[in-house]
Write a protein that binds this ligand. Structure first.
Ligand code: SF4
Length: 399
């Protein structure tokens, strides 16, 4: 897989949603839709300004419209952006062109326009096939809308789908999660992203949990849900290739793989992040400010940071351990300019033998987490980083 990962991605952030979901802390607003056309012309201006600054979009391999709910865009605004992209990028080089969709507000004619514009992959935010759970999450759609969206898109010729689901929803049981997975499998798609619900501060769900209106479900049940998904999807022919992602052979998400394998990406739109291999920068997290910057022909960059030794090594662990490829130890040593054998001895000391049988596989060439390890990967990764920090390795990294 690693050798086939594209190198350069372009992300376009659409920052509007019909209604804010109860668990969501992505940057999106559920008002001021009259600004969508201004957002679209700002996207075009941002692309032009970046090109003037010397960014070569001809190297772009993947384009991803994320949000927000990008399917709220009008067909004219979509045409405007795509025609600018056709001018700047080499469409023959584009391996994957994806749009996220909310099944609650898909207009039937929209699929024809996506087809015409070469958008072949749909990433649909389903979250559950249980209508009560969808209400708890504050979604605007029900399970029937999910089925109708996938069926209609298939009729219109779409063949490449990724469906998102969430487990650990308050009130959800192992049985209802199994039911969601079985119904999802019946939709017969190529890719699934399954996320554990996170209570993000400043979300409605977080407040409800803090005031006792809802109750977080037990971590042991969440583990059983994750484990069940791992087993049932494997039986159905999906490879579990990243902590939260499963794909039929050859259907791994190419754009997201650029993030997981440390590739370069440009993020366009409010709050979007970019990374060129050394520096990370991000745009203003405010739609009006974003539009105003671009009306004045200025790039809407809020801030930037050059990644230091510690951040680079952290990313290496963070990204490598989240994928089924794991971390290649000689790559790690080349990358950080160090012999890491002592570090691994420390890791083996900190985490006992039982740990390695259950959670990780380590040999002279690779370290990989098992799916049990993935379930607690934040804990494991912070343990690894702690050991690196204590050994003073960060100081000596050569990059
Ligand atoms: S549709 Fe997606 S981006 Fe919009 S509020 Fe819901 S989870 Fe957030």
């Amino acid at each position: 897989m690693k050798n086939t990962i594209p190198k350069n991605g372009l992300y376009i952030h659409f920052p509007f949603c019909q209604k804010k979901c109860a668990y969501c802390d992505f940057f999106s607003e559920d008002y001021g839709f009259d600004r969508i056309s201004k957002w679209a012309s700002s996207i075009v201006t941002e692309l032009e300004l970046l090109q003037e600054q010397g960014i070569d979009f001809k190297n772009i391999n993947t384009i991803y419209f994320g949000g927000g709910s990008p399917n709220l865009i009008s067909v004219d605004d979509l045409d405007l952006i795509i025609s600018k992209l056709r001018e700047l990028c080499k469409f023959a080089n584009i391996d994957e062109l994806t749009m996220e969709m909310n099944p609650g507000n898909v207009k039937p004619g929209f699929f024809d326009r996506l087809n015409k514009n070469g958008i072949k992959r749909l990433s649909i935010g389903c979250q559950s096939m249980n209508d009560d759970e969808l209400k708890i999450l504050g979604r605007i759609h029900n399970s029937e809308d999910i089925r109708n969206t996938v069926t209609l898109a298939k009729k219109k010729g779409f063949k490449n789908f990724s469906l998102d689901f969430i487990y650990g929803i308050p009130g959800q049981t192992l049985e209802s999660w199994k039911d969601t997975l079985h119904k999802a499998l019946n939709l017969n798609v190529e890719h699934f992203s399954l996320y554990n619900l996170i209570y993000e501060p400043a979300t409605l769900l977080y407040k409800k949990r803090d005031t006792g209106i809802i109750k977080e479900i037990n971590e042991e049940i969440e583990w059983q849900m994750y484990d069940y998904a791992h087993e049932i999807l494997k039986l159905a022919g999906y490879e579990h290739y990243e902590v939260s992602n499963w794909a039929k052979p050859g259907a791994q998400a190419k754009h997201n793989s650029i993030y997981w394998y440390g590739g370069k990406y440009y993020g366009i739109g409010p709050a979007a992040h970019s990374y060129n291999g050394k520096i990370r920068w991000w745009n203003v997290r405010n739609i009006d400010k974003y539009i105003s910057f671009l009306q004045k022909k200025k790039l809407p960059i809020e801030d930037a940071e050059e990644l230091g030794e510690k951040e680079i090594l952290t990313e290496f662990f963070l990204l490598g351990l989240r994928t089924s490829e794991g971390i290649n130890i000689s790559e790690l040593e080349n990358f950080a300019g160090k012999d890491f054998s002592k570090i691994f001895q420390e890791i083996e000391k900190k985490f006992n033998k039982d740990f390695f049988n259950k959670y990780a596989k380590i040999n002279q060439k690779k370290i990989k987490l098992t799916h049990r390890g993935w379930f607690i990967c934040d804990y494991i990764i912070s343990g690894f980083l702690d050991i690196c920090e204590k050994s003073g390795r960060y100081k000596d990294c050569k990059k």
